[in-house]
Design a protein around this ligand. Structure first.
Ligand SMILES: Cc1ncc(C[n+]2csc(CCOP(=O)(O)OP(=O)(O)O)c2C)c(N)n1
Length: 571
């Protein structure tokens, strides 16, 4: 009998990633992972991308996963390397993004001793991972990696962390990668209950004021095609959450925009008045529902979700269907594909649209973010991957960029992480090479992870980095103006902002700046013509603009503020 050769933990690590078809690792080396990096030196079947901060690695893996549908992979060292990924892991957890984070750990015999660069990362990340592992024996390593990828990418996706003590990486054993995986107690349900699906079809057929409420789950499940067919064949209005944008083309007449805190007036009115609400891969987040007591009060509520714990979590559901939204929509389509247009309902929606359309004034003298977004939308025709940061500009992207394809909108929805866009755009640019990647930032958030511009330069990524510089932490300033007595406490960045174009130039990025509306088109054309390196544009926009409509936090969505109370201040 031929004796099988033993491999080190570090070799097993790479052999396992090879079998998972990993293309990229976003990482940063250190003492605890030095052996893995030693092996990496000779590995040619995957590429390691050196970020400049481990938070950037986690967001890059997240951005890569969102645009490709594949699992994003992170590799960092123990202690500070591991703790630096925490925000990125929490971000991926809140938005159900599949990433696997490998962390180095001190040798097993030192765990618990406050050893140099020791952090209990398994304990720290327990509430923000779908699952996490501390590998105790090299013999468990391959099976643990297999499980990690399986758990991250199946059911409701999410981040999984694998902690690798230094001795496990050095130890040897015979390598065998398991073909199949069976995890007790983890069996996601993909097929929806047939009776429930039939009942749902019946309810939608009889509805006089139906509404589809689409969440990020539809994008993650690659169910956009099925959704589009179902909505169009049955003449159903579609509203979307922030993360659902792109699941249904914004250019279709059925689309009535985003719902919730900064949703359109007409989408929120439709929610308030519908008689059957069908939530698809959505989780009734508080930014969507406002006060749950008054949310869609009159509606019979159907909820399709792969995660049974999402059902009845925030809002009581009349008809739950636990299953993969892609499969459930295909089944629903078989049951119902010819519902005539509910003319009275559509007329009402059109009326609301006329009463309060999504609009802003276009003054000649001041640049407004809404205008810049509209021009980006017009120029890219929905073909770009838009990676947003967090704040007012994020909401204007949701309102004014016309997303027509899924996996085109990358945004930190659940956690609302400033500093997300630059690294997430780096990951997205590795994932998708034939479409422009646009990173849109506020001046505040831009400064939170701008070290990753260096990663973009080092890898010649043709990302368009745009800064909407309003000299304020705009979204917080908006709340201060509307609800906190105009006390602009620590939100004014006017005197302390750096010169953004100088930062860009110092890093080797061609950088431009403008405050003139008439220069926007020319600069965008210039940026979109560059395909072999990053480019940066600072748009100096109006300082005290406000995002409308707005439902005050926790309020009923019928209490929407649709415009400035003092119209003279409308810029
Ligand atoms: C890491 C982090 N810290 C703080 C916040 C709170 N916060 C939400 S929006 C916002 C202001 C963002 O300002 P800016 O990046 O300039 O974008 P703008 O709102 O002006 O478009 C802040 C501070 C956050 N979301 N994330």
């Amino acid at each position: 009998m031929v004796k099988k050769r033993k491999l080190s933990g570090a070799d097993i690590f790479f052999e396992s990633l090879k079998r998972e078809k990993v293309e990229y690792i976003f990482g940063y080396p250190g003492g605890a992972t030095i052996k893995i990096y030693e092996k990496l030196y000779d590995v040619d079947y995957l590429k390691h991308i050196l970020v400049r901060h481990e938070q950037g690695a986690a967001h890059a893996a997240d951005g890569y996963a969102r645009v490709t549908g594949k699992v994003g992979v992170v590799l960092v060292t123990s202690g500070p390397g591991a703790t630096n990924t925490v925000t990125g892991i929490a971000n991926a957890y809140m938005d159900s993004v599949p990433i696997v984070v490998f962390t180095g750990q001190v040798p097993s015999n030192l765990i618990g001793n406050d050893a140099f660069q020791e952090a209990d990362i398994v304990g720290i990340t327990r509430p923000i991972t779908k699952h996490n592992f501390l590998v105790r024996d090299v013999k468990e390593l391959a099976a643990t990696i297999k499980k990690a990828f399986f758990i991250a990418s199946t059911g409701r996706p999410g981040p999984v962390l694998v902690d690798l003590p230094k001795d496990v990486i050095n130890d040897e054993c015979v390598f065998e990668y398991p073909e199949d995986i069976d995890i007790r107690g983890y069996k996601p349900t993909y097929k929806g209950h047939q009776k429930q699906i039939k009942k749902a079809a019946e309810m939608i057929r009889n509805a006089k004021r139906p509404l589809l409420y689409v969440g990020g789950g539809v994008v993650m499940a690659d169910a956009a095609k099925e959704l589009t067919k179902f909505a169009k064949k049955n003449n159903l209005p579609v509203t979307s959450t922030l993360l659902g944008l792109g699941a249904f083309p914004a250019t279709e007449p059925n689309f009535i925009g985003m719902l919730g805190m900064h949703g359109t007036y007409y989408a929120n009115q439709a929610v308030n008045n519908c008689d059957v609400l069908v939530a698809l891969g959505a989780r009734f987040d508080d930014r969507v529902t406002g006060s749950v007591d008054t949310f869609a009060k009159e509606a019979y509520k159907i909820h399709v979700d792969i995660d049974p714990t999402a059902i009845d979590k925030n809002v009581m559901i009349d008809l739950p269907i636990v299953g993969d939204v892609k499969r459930v929509l295909s089944e629903l389509l078989k049951e119902l594909s010819d519902k005539p247009k509910e003319k009275k309902w559509w007329k009402q929606i059109e009326q609301w649209k006329k009463e309060c359309p999504l609009e802003y004034k276009r003054p000649d003298d001041q640049l407004r973010t809404q205008y810049v977004i509209e021009r980006i939308s017009e120029k890219t025709k929905g073909n770009a991957i838009i990676v947003s940061d967090v704040g007012q500009h994020q909401m204007w992207i949701a309102q004014y960029y016309k997303f027509i394809k899924p996996r085109s909108h990358v945004s930190s929805g659940g956690l609302g992480t400033m500093g997300f866009s630059i690294p997430a755009a780096v990951g997205a640019a590795f994932g998708v090479k034939d479409r422009p990647v646009v990173s849109i930032n506020g001046d505040g958030g831009f400064q939170m992870n701008m070290q990753e511009l260096i990663t973009a330069v080092a890898n010649k990524l043709p990302i368009k980095f745009f800064i909407m510089n309003n000299c304020f932490l705009g979204m917080v300033r908006q709340w201060q103006e509307l609800f906190h007595d105009k006390k602009y406490s620590f939100t004014d960045l006017c005197d302390s902002n750096p010169i953004f174009t100088k930062i860009g130039k110092a890093l080797g990025i061609e950088s431009f700046s403008t405050y003139k509306p008439e220069e926007v088109d020319g600069l965008l054309d210039k940026a979109f013509a560059i395909n072999d390196r990053p480019v940066l544009i600072e748009f100096k926009v109006a300082k005290e603009d406000l995002v409308f409509p707005m439902v005050p936090a926790g309020s009923s969505i019928s209490n929407m503020i649709v415009k400035r109370l003092n119209p003279k201040r409308m810029i």
